[in-house]
Ligand binder design. Structure first.
Ligand SMILES: Cc1cc2nc3c(=O)[nH]c(=O)nc-3n(C[C@H](O)[C@H](O)[C@H](O)COP(=O)(O)O)c2cc1C
Length: 162
């Protein structure tokens, strides 16, 4: 076991954090008539009563200052064949929704049609946490599809459940 007081550079931390497998969500909304969103692997459930979920966004994100202005945010759990879509949602902002099937709620939340679950959320709190902001989201509605398996993100690669 290496010393627990070792110096940790960002490469080492990325590798260490990447050992923990996660799913990936698309966080998206329509803001001023434009589609805004990003892919996030930091999503997690937080509370049942009240229903809360969270994700962390980099402080340097140029998308979050736009997205946080939306009345409601859509969170879509990506499906196992969504590796390329995930990269697209993390790529150039103006191309993130090109060719992507989505639905927009009356309050502006954008849900990807092909996802395996969709959550309609509002921002409840933002907590500064180092170089990220932890965004606590209140859940207003959920749709869970019985079809499909989730996309898995592990050690910087996409995988699927066996
Ligand atoms: C698999 C994957 C997971 C990601 N997870 C996060 C995340 O949890 N938080 C985050 O801020 N960015 C995450 N990103 C990066 C964003 O999707 C996006 O690339 C970034 O926000 C782009 O910068 P912008 O906010 O300036 O548009 C992830 C990217 C990928 C490919």
């Amino acid at each position: 076991m290496p010393s627990m007081s070792q110096q940790m550079d960002s490469r080492m931390l990325r590798d260490a954090f990447g050992a923990f497998p996660t799913g990936v969500v698309a966080v998206a909304a329509q803001v001023d008539g434009r589609l805004v969103g990003l892919a996030a692997s930091s999503f997690t459930s937080v509370s049942l009563e009240p229903p809360l979920v969270s994700f962390s966004v980099a402080k340097g994100s140029t998308t979050w200052p736009e997205l946080r202005r939306a009345e409601h945010l859509g969170v879509t759990v990506l499906a196992e064949d969504h590796g390329a879509l995930c990269r697209q949602l993390a790529g150039p902002a103006q191309e993130r929704f090109t060719g992507v099937a989505f639905e927009i709620t009356d309050s502006g939340a954008v849900m990807l049609t092909e996802g395996i679950a969709q959550y309609d959320c509002t921002v409840r709190e933002e907590l500064e946490a180092g170089d990220h902001v932890i965004v606590l989201l209140k859940l207003h509605a959920v749709v869970v599809h019985s079809r499909g398996q989730p996309l898995i993100f592990h050690r910087s690669e996409f995988g699927r459940l066996a």
